[in-house]
Design a protein around this ligand. Sequence first.
Ligand code: FES
Length: 482
Amino acid sequence: MKFLQISPFKQLLSHSRFLLTLRSEQGKYHSLILFRLSAAAALDASDRAANRQIYVMESTCPHLGADMSHADIEEYEDTTVAVCPWHRYDFDLRTGKSETGLRACTYSVEVKTDPEDDTEKVYIETPSGGNNWRLVELRPVSEEFADPPPAPSQIPVAMNNSEATEPLIPTTDPPKTLMQWAVLILNTANPTLKVMRTRHAVQLFRTGNLDSIGHKSTSAPRPPDVPPREESFLKNTVNPGKVKGRKSLAVMLHALANVEQWAIDLAWDIMARFGPSHPDLPPAFFSDFTKMALDESKHFSLLTSRLSATSPSTPYGTMPVHAALWESASITAHSLRARLAIIHLVHEARGLDVNPGTIARFRRAGDAESVAAMEVIHADEVTHVTAGHRWFTWLCAHDGGLDPVATFRDEVRRGWRGNVKGPFNIGDRELAGLTPEFYEHLTGEMGEEEMDQKRSAVPDLKGLSLSDPVEPQVSVRYEDKI
Ligand code: FES
């Protein structure tokens, strides 16, 4: 049995649940959930894994694939079980056995003192069927998202003097499936309501309070070609070129928040647009992209709140913004493979390259809170590129064993224009699965005319008046260095 070191024990004291992503040398992924059941008071005892009560199992339920990160933990006779939130099957945390006859895949855990630094380290058994497993993600299941969802009442909105008038949950025909929530959120023009609905829908999904994902249904709703934007957030009353001094940080925060608002939509769009055309996508795909939608919502909230704190006179919606990300979304609306390649492995990977520069800029300006926010965002975005790589390689295998590197390069040649620009953040790209052979010396061959044609096939994009009447002096895109 082989073991992999995952963390110093002490780092697991911050939360009681962690999501782990492992990747083998062959590019195979496993998502695991770690439960630490020991109470903080018992942690000084000298016992190891058993008394530390650390258990690790696959994060997807063996019944129909629910995400087990929000499973209830219950004592049952002389065992402790994780109870799946979808259909309440329970699985012994040690053996994975369930009374239903199903068995969850569990992994042995060891806690050993490292003689080098005399600290306790936690090791887990590696999955079978691959070698050189490495840990590419270890993140707490945030306690915050385990809170009850917001009450289904009117949402007060303070940004940009706008008031949302729609309720959190529509009173007529409320969504019952994940696909219905995805389309509702895509059609939600108010950004605060979009964030609140995202949080609510993901909570319902994770806790088993939706009828189904709904992507196999023939009546799954269609996503909009372009998500609407509320008029009051497109006023462009401030010319960013005239914003000087410390307030120029506000220009960056505003531009970054705009990118995050599109990113929320992109996470829902990939599920709503491609779920129904790919009924064999497993629930883990939806777990990954709902997590992404939630992260992007968190990023939008973090950035808009930093914006309000830094520059109360220029709240979100007062400066011009762009829709560059949605142009790429529309160009890749025909193919899940193209969408994963261009949005998640070109645009989002570019974010990994430029974020350290953005963080340094906030640091130089003495804005420690924005540095902290950007560091959270950057860490999350590594995991988003990981998800892009995971599902791109899954799709390549599913489509007849295509080579992921060659297929990615073909998709970029077809769906991108110009060089895939560096300098590259090789370390974080590699952590996310993107080794240099994916992206080095790669040039998109899409012509301008072809690009325009594909853009104009999306009727409303050109009409989305995002940049008038004041031309932005600073435009933060994933492909721009700032
Ligand atoms: S019991 Fe877990 S998906 Fe049904």
